[in-house]
Design a binder for this molecule. Structure first.
Ligand SMILES: C=CC1=C(C)c2cc3[nH]c(cc4nc(cc5[nH]c(cc1n2)c(C)c5CCC(=O)O)C(CCC(=O)O)=C4C)c(C)c3C=C
Ligand SMILES: [Fe+2]
Ligand SMILES: [Fe+2]
Length: 359
């Protein structure tokens, strides 16, 4: 007996529709890659809009609103959009007129769609942002319009944090809250210790080492920071970053004294996770560490925080303090290794919805 594909079976069962009956769509599975977001442009107003949405998120800034509102609206949104827009200009994809985070996330989704085509089932892959465009709400609606009654949300963060993973899920569930017919939803878990991920990171380090004219004294794994208080309140982000770092070092077979984990992108005056990358870059040359290789395992795509902050600001700081050689390992991005990781996570989480076991 030949199995009838699910969509056909649904159509046959429905038969002729009564007058005025809403259209019946084929049943599909949606995969929605969710990234952080990036401004629509580098001008003052685009930057301000993006920063306002980002920094109004209570998952990102937990300061009481009565205190935060005047700081944000009267100070930060006045002084930050201008200089940050200039920073974005340095890394902007002028061909497409968008930030690299957007270009890379789109490419990841397009390539993933090609890779999942052979899985069986009718799968639609799309991508959306937590802040800015394309919005999470609009892309969930687009998946629903194409008949997706099951959606796998994939927050593109290997390490879980309430400030990233949870707020991405919150935004998606906020969109579902207004729907009469909600899709069934799964949220992919973080993959900070997945062998596919650690192996991909190790292979990018090895590939980079093969191109260098020096042997690094130190491999520095830099993760985006969060306030230290989030760790004390129970956010697992710190521990997951440390585990990723340890597994990467063990896989590479590097000694403990030639490897360290740092945290970057501190914002505001509160204490964040330490050691700070920028301080470390200023101190290492004085400790005899003159040649460094930096990797940013927490970012699935190169962006402002890697290209401008690590490869720009931190490299300059290191050299200024007596460093001799600095190299940066690009993120996994839309490389075959990067797609292998996303595909492994997605295929695992689609089990029962797509592939051989799908009903
Ligand atoms: C102010 C608090 C912030 C927290 C907490 C935070 C956590 C956090 N962020 C990322 C990933 C990215 N952040 C990016 C930019 C960025 N981050 C903050 C603030 C916090 N992030 C701001 C204000 C900005 C915008 C730039 C600036 O004004 O400094 C980006 C880059 C986006 C791009 O368009 O290139 C990424 C990616 C993680 C993973 C994280 C916690 C785990
Ligand atoms: Fe950030
Ligand atoms: Fe920890």
């Amino acid at each position: 007996m030949t199995a009838i594909p699910r969509a056909d079976a649904t159509f046959r069962a429905v038969g002729p529709l009564p007058e005025g009956h809403p259209a019946v769509k084929p049943r599909r599975v949606g995969v929605l890659l969710l990234n952080l977001g990036t401004p629509d442009g580098t001008d003052y107003w685009s930057m301000r809009r993006y920063l306002k949405e980002f920094l109004s998120d209570r998952r990102v800034i937990e300061t009481p609103r009565w205190l935060w509102w005047p700081i944000l609206n009267l100070i930060i949104l006045t002084v930050r959009p201008g200089p940050k827009g200039k920073d974005y200009e340095k890394i902007w994809n002028t061909e497409r007129d968008e930030g690299p985070l957007k270009t890379i996330t789109r490419s990841q989704a397009e390539q993933l769609a090609g890779r999942l085509a052979g899985l069986g089932g009718d799968i639609v892959v799309d991508w959306a942002m937590r802040y800015g465009n394309p919005s999470t709400q609009s892309r969930i609606q687009a998946l629903m319009d194409q008949g997706c009654d099951r959606i796998l949300l994939v927050p593109l963060y290997p390490q879980y944090s309430a400030a990233t993973t949870a707020t991405a899920a919150d935004k998606a569930f906020e969109a579902l809250a207004g729907m009469r017919w909600q899709p069934a939803v799964r949220v992919a878990p973080p993959w900070h210790d997945d062998p596919a991920y650690i192996g991909a990171l190790a292979s990018t380090v090895r590939a980079k080492l093969a191109t260098l004219d020096f042997e690094p004294d130190m491999l520095v794994a830099s993760f985006h920071g969060v306030p230290r208080d989030y760790l004390l309140q129970g956010d697992p982000y710190h521990c997951q970053c440390q585990k990723t770092g340890r597994l990467l070092r063990e896989t590479l077979g590097w000694d403990k004294d030639r490897f360290m984990v740092c945290f970057q992108s501190r914002f505001g005056n509160a204490e964040w996770l330490k050691p700070y990358l920028i301080d470390t870059m200023g101190e290492l040359p004085g400790r005899g560490v003159k040649k460094v290789l930096v990797i940013a395992p927490g970012f699935t795509a190169d962006c402002l925080e890697t290209l401008e902050e690590i490869e720009g600001e931190n490299m300059e700081h290191f050299m200024h303090h007596g460093g001799e050689k600095f190299a940066y390992v690009p993120c996994l991005n839309d490389s075959p290794e990067g797609l292998d990781v996303i595909q492994a996570v997605v295929e695992r989480e689609l089990m029962g919805w797509a592939g051989p076991a799908a009903r």
